[in-house]
Design a protein around this ligand. Structure first.
Ligand SMILES: [Zn+2]
Length: 493
């Protein structure tokens, strides 16, 4: 059986309003060519991530090791070939000068003639330039975070240029400068290193969680990390996660084992059960209560669950939106704004039908819910309250009959519904790790931030909002109980 590209193609199909078979043929006949300047710090960390991200889509892929200012070393080429082979042995990385008609992408500041665009890490951030726009002098050596963001951003540019998006649904900006730590346009200004991790739990080792693991590894992070994840690595994950091979999927390796293997410098405390089990283990003293939770889950129910860990700080990454290309960071506190403030939908209980529940929770009229095959559109949200709009906007483009499922009103996991691509999840992961650095180094001490942008447009000036607790949320109504639970868990810390 060949490598399963369905989720990435579904994402592309939703973005381009094209059917998956047409898109698969179009991408398979598109030739993406790479070159790199290996002597620039961070470039050799970014190159494998870029090659991996592009190989997780069905492009033809080639690399010219002599295409940059100095040759790409042979041992790096060997590692890249092994990486590509692990994802899809039927689609090799061709080692060749730029073929005619290719889309040529350069990793570095000195693109050869013919390169359509270039990117380079600068500190924790990224600089992207389309042809004809020179780079400024770089401010700092590129970090592992900058390396992953550069690879994910370049892949997003390739995606935009090759899948035939309608003009109004994307933007190509010839000059992009972005730092996920400061959330500003000055990459390289901040190079604070990640402190040794002692009390952090990553909940979810899926598309975003493996992106976080990849970044922590490339940052050279040390310390102890608890990874909470109940599932095994499966074939469709090969093209949507940041780590893991077809052999890993065939062997059904546990996702926590994958995390441990990929973080050799860290002491990974694998917790191969659910977040609810983790909470129980904290309360009976079997697991340590984390100060910080990195949330990388994909349903509202799971977000409510990780909020009940009541860690000092929760940094939640998400992807979604009409095409699966929207990505976000939600910073949350036990006293509010909590993840329930961001996702104010209570879970289903016995009683009213799923349709009735969906109506009550979302405000969508029953007649609209009855047209379940019609995708949710912005017009459907027009008459709803601000909270309802916020709750529903991640699901634009999804058929209404699927809403009950992804909103946690039924028991089925949401992940199978969602289009997904590694380069989008990695950008969400970059926001999460960027916030972790900013908060742990006190670079940001103010109110909780909600950051959101669409990978088809890239980061923009107005993507950050400061959040207050939502009145009536559990974190406000039950503040005393939450304080008591935290005091109890804190005694064992
Ligand atoms: Zn709340």
């Amino acid at each position: 059986m060949g490598t399963d590209y369905s989720r990435g193609l579904r994402l592309a199909g939703a973005a381009a309003e094209a059917d998956v078979i047409t898109l698969r043929e179009a991408l398979s006949s598109t030739h993406v060519h790479l070159s790199a300047d290996p002597e620039i710090p961070g470039v050799l960390k970014s190159l494998p991530v870029l090659v991996g991200d592009l190989r997780r889509l069905p492009y033809q892929l080639s690399l010219d090791p002599l295409g940059g200012t100095t040759p790409v070393p042979d041992e790096v080429l060997g590692d890249l070939q092994a990486l590509v082979d692990g994802i899809d042995s039927d689609r090799p990385l061709h080692i060749t000068p730029a073929p005619a008609g290719c889309l040529h992408i350069h990793l570095g500041t000195q693109p050869p003639p013919g390169a359509a665009l270039s990117g380079v890490p600068d500190g924790h951030g990224v600089r992207i330039r389309h042809a004809g726009h020179p780079f400024p002098r770089l401010t700092s050596p590129g970090s592992g975070l900058g390396a992953v963001l550069t690879a994910a951003s370049l892949t997003a540019e390739v995606f935009k240029l090759t899948i035939g998006l309608r003009a109004s649904t994307y933007a190509t900006t010839p000059v992009v400068d972005f730092c996920p730590v400061t959330l500003g346009a000055e990459p390289g200004a901040v190079v604070t290193t990640v402190p040794e991790i002692t009390s952090i739990a990553l909940v979810g080792a899926g598309a975003i969680g493996t992106g976080i693991i990849l970044i922590l590894d490339l940052l050279g992070t040390s310390g102890q990390l608890t990874v909470v994840e109940p599932e095994f690595f499966e074939p469709p994950n090969v093209t949507t996660y940041s780590i893991g091979t077809r052999d890993d999927a065939a062997a059904r390796i546990h996702k926590t084992a994958l995390a441990r293997r990929h973080l050799p410098r860290m002491d990974v405390n694998a917790f191969p059960y659910t977040a609810q089990d983790f909470i129980s283990a904290i309360d009976n003293g079997a697991e340590r209560w984390p100060e910080t939770v990195l949330g990388a889950v994909h349903s509202i129910e799971a977000r409510h669950e990780i909020q009940r860990i009541y860690a000092d700080l929760t940094l939640d990454g998400s992807t979604g939106g009409e095409a699966g290309t929207t990505l976000a960071l939600h910073e949350a506190l036990p006293q509010g704004p909590c993840l329930r403030c961001y996702y104010p939908l209570p879970l289903a209980s016995a009683g009213p039908s799923a349709v009735q529940r969906l109506h009550e929770l979302t405000g969508l009229p029953l007649q609209r819910i009855a047209r379940g095959d019609a995708p949710l559109t912005p017009a459907d949200l027009e008459d709803l309250s601000a909270d309802q709009k916020t709750a529903l906007s991640p699901y634009l483009g999804l058929r209404v009959c699927g809403l009950s499922n992804v909103m946690g009103l039924t028991d089925n996991a949401a992940e199978d519904f969602q289009p997904s691509a590694a380069f989008v999840a990695q950008q969400a992961a970059c926001l999460v790790v960027g916030a972790m650095i900013a908060r742990s180094a006190d670079l940001t001490t103010g109110p909780m931030r909600h950051v959101e942008y669409d990978a088809r447009f890239g980061p923009w000036h107005d993507m950050t909002t400061l959040r207050r607790p939502r009145s009536g949320c559990d974190c406000q109504a039950e503040g005393g109980v939450i304080d008591a639970v935290r005091a109890h868990r804190g005694r064992a810390r």
